[in-house]
Ligand binder design. Structure first.
Ligand SMILES: [Zn+2]
Length: 195
């Protein structure tokens, strides 16, 4: 099939055929890139493009940069990565979007056995969507950034309830709910009991 060590078999649809050529850092290719993980040569469209022109990724001759891992490998790497790394990456992204301070490192993400706020057990999400018991990083003071002083791992349930509320707001909501339920003579269903 291949002729000599420099032959590149391109298996991508629309780009089939043999090419007696191998991309190097000196001669990047506009259409193929070698994945640093599966080591396969793939069309650059099987890699995510990187928006910034400098820094991470690999240059291609059309002036764009592509990720060093193909989309499939990137997805596999994410699935295999520990929950702490997923939390860290998600928060890093959010901090960047919101322009917040971010000084957390992987070792700063410590998942307790139980939610410190609700006492329910914490276990990582195996599927895609977060559930009530998924570990979730909370910024105690929502105005401040992601630092060890300002973050704690709590349950997704607690984080959904707390959102960006202040302790005073949470207290007011709890007090009102309790009072309203008591007045309506039903502390369980929050619905008025017909007399
Ligand atoms: Zn790959």
């Amino acid at each position: 099939m291949t002729h000599g060590t420099n032959a590149v078999q391109i298996k991508t649809a629309g780009l089939s055929g043999e090419h007696n050529w191998r991309p190097t850092s000196f001669m990047p290719c506009p259409i193929v890139n070698k994945c640093a993980r599966c080591k396969e040569f793939k069309s650059i469209f099987e890699f995510y493009f990187i928006k910034s022109k400098v820094g991470s990724g690999r240059a291609t001759t059309n002036g764009k940069r592509v990720a060093i891992y193909c989309k499939k490998c990137q997805s596999d790497r994410y699935k295999e990565s520990p929950i702490e790394a997923k939390i860290l990456n998600a928060c890093k992204k959010r901090a960047k979007e919101k322009g917040l301070e971010f000084t957390l490192r992987l070792e700063d993400i410590v998942i307790p056995t139980h939610c410190p706020m609700l006492g329910i057990p914490l276990f990582p999400t195996t599927g895609q969507a977060a559930h009530a018991n998924s570990p979730s990083l909370d910024r105690l003071d929502p105005r401040k950034g992601y630092t060890t002083e300002n973050t704690v791992v709590i349950s997704h349930r607690a984080n959904t309830i707390k959102s960006n509320a202040t302790p005073e707001e949470l207290r007011l909501i709890a007090d009102y709910t309790e009072r309203a339920l008591a007045e309506r003579g039903n502390a369980k269903t929050a619905r008025p009991v017909p007399d």
